[in-house]
Design a binder for this molecule. Sequence first.
Ligand code: PLP
Length: 396
Amino acid sequence: MSNNTDKPSEFDFATRAVRAGQVRTQEGEHSEPIFPTSSYVFSSAAEAAARFSGEQPGNIYSRFTNPTVRTFEQRLASLEEAECCVATASGMSAITATIIGLLKTGDHIVSSRSIFGSTTVLLTNIIAKLGIATSFVELSDLAAWEKAIKPETRLLFLETPSNPLTELVDIAALAEIAHKHGCLLAVDNCFCTPALQQPIRLGADIVIHSATKYIDGQGRCVGGAVCGTRDVVGEGVYGFLRTAGPTMSAFNAWIFLKGLETLNLRMQAHSAAALELAQWLEQQPEVQRVYYPGLPSHPQHELAAQQQSGYGGLLSFELTGGKAEGWALIDATRLLSITANLGDTKSTITHPASTTHGRLTPEQRAEAGISDGLIRVAVGLESIEDIKADLLRGMR
Ligand SMILES: *Cc1c(COP(=O)(O)O)cnc(C)c1O
């Protein structure tokens, strides 16, 4: 766990992404060092006692204190403008630590229906076993959120924009509803990252990350993080993590630190490429509809322009055909990777109806808006002309 020691106003975002949280050792290294050590030694028995009692701050054991992990936490906290950040072993463990760290049996969660598949399974199959129930609502429907809140509701949870249909919710309006009812608002900010959207500035209490995606940005490591206030994240979430142990390793923290240094540039490049691809797709006769918040045709384009400083790298589109045409398009690609992952320099292509949403019934899929002709592309950093040519191979 690390407290944010940088005053956000002192340096701009791009500067903090490169420099925040670094503590140089006596070796004078320019790049942040990796500390691959499980434990730390004390100069005396009295110092050991003072560390263990919490009287003296400092390292004890790398399940909960590691200098490389701390640098990553401080940098991300600075970028999210959070008081505090806790790094975790994965995005899923960040969500688990948030819920178990802050809620108890009998509490209730209201969640967007359009969330990462494993998060849905976590809520309905694992968290439910602890006696913490979840009600699912339509992401953009503020009235539905408020209606689903019960006296025992403690947490509202969402991702915006959603995957794969890029639907949004007004974070500031939902934060107001959450606080009126004494609930915490948690935003999984995986798709935008703080480079494009800062939920805490908009009133959210907790920001969750799968660092595996854009924070790494090159598809190497699995990791996660939770950002928020000292009270909520520094106590509840960190309290769970230090004892239960789904901790980020020093090696992974170092990779993610290097990812943060180029996050701003990469998110701008992903956004520019996705916008160009979305505009091009809208002109193709084989494409019926394109879902991308940067397009004026997107029903929430104005909200996206207000709430985000860029539109991100994720888009989806509906072919005029169905599953056969969708699969043919995917199988004709030579460049795009056929995988459900995202947030990589390499572009990826997915058929949601038969993969990420394959376990839903046809009725559930229809309700979620996932048609058989829907294709999702997470636009990477290759030449946009090569990506267009690759998609064109399977279209005509
Ligand atoms: C991938 C992902 C997760 C889970 O993260 P892992 O690092 O794979 O555990 C959570 N939320 C979103 C939105 C994701 O895309």
